[in-house]
Write a protein that binds this ligand. Sequence first.
Ligand code: AHM
Ligand code: MG
Length: 349
Amino acid sequence: MTQPPKNLQTIESHILDLQELHPSASGEFTGLLNDITFASKVISREVRKAGLVDILGETGDENVQGEVVQKLDDYANNVFMRCLGTKGQVSIMGSEEVAEPIFPDTSQGSGTYIVVFDPLDGSSNIDVNVSVGTIFGIWKKKNRLANVGPEDVLQPGRELVAAGYVIYGSSTMFVYSAGHGVHGFTLDPSIGEFLLSHENIKTPFRSCIYSVNEAYEPKWSPEVREVLRQLKYGRDTTSTRKDAPGKGAGMTARYIGSLVSDFHRNLLKGGVYLYPPTLEKTEGKLRLMCEAAPLAYIVENAGGYASDGHQSILDITPTTLHQRVPLYIGSRDDVLWIEKMIAEGESSI
Ligand code: AHM
Ligand code: MG
């Protein structure tokens, strides 16, 4: 007779266990995480139907970044806006798809939490059946009693109280951290529940995978080009450096072009993802608040590191909701080595 899996913990019970670590907790945070898992189940259901119902392709609009909006982007964004903070826990939301911060009707700006999300990252891949994902970060309003203000929204990643992502891949997985480890749950579609499948994820300190869009190489700075050269061909034998990754041998490349998918693979196997600045995109492409900071929080809680090339992503205080940032994220030693290479390259100019 088939035995049931040993660990049948649902994400809801995992979140409730977390609540017990904070005896004064009101349950608001638990409710918010439950709203997010519910929204991601709804999005997962729709992503799985893509190709069968009229949800593929473009809406004909452009978003705040000037990018083409896919129908599923739009759908996922509406699901998040509708599902989050139903009990008034959220004072303000920020979405990659919406220019201005959003005040949910349920709280009129008085809720405890601020949620910033990318409802469907990598959406240009949807039409060709490549995995896409959702990314979210949760911050707390600074002063519970005051009206929510810009300083509440524009907080550094270091102030995150939780972050996570959902990957709609060969299975749907929800990965989150609220500062007590990083935990992954896989959606069992037959019962509609996320079940604990990856407890306390730790990412390798050093890796043999790099993920970058190498087509931009001619547009990178000389020091970033040198980083790539050494990642690819191995440690420079003329150098006395002992800490270069891929000692004597190059690393292997894996680039899906869907951040959540590339990040998830590197988190589990070890790897470093790079999106450096280019001549045209001097701040890179990725958004600090809805992409880089939440993933930086996850990776640091799993033992990795994320940098903009000079400092930890988590230490950057945003000046705008849609600010972009260069991103180097993944295995700790590799990202620290990249930071050092960039600093040395810049100081020798
Ligand atoms: P999006 O938020 O508009 O989907 O863009 C972000 C995506 C990431 O998922 C991916 O890593 C990156 O853009 C790929 O960019 P490029 O095509 O320049 O390599
Ligand atoms: Mg995105």
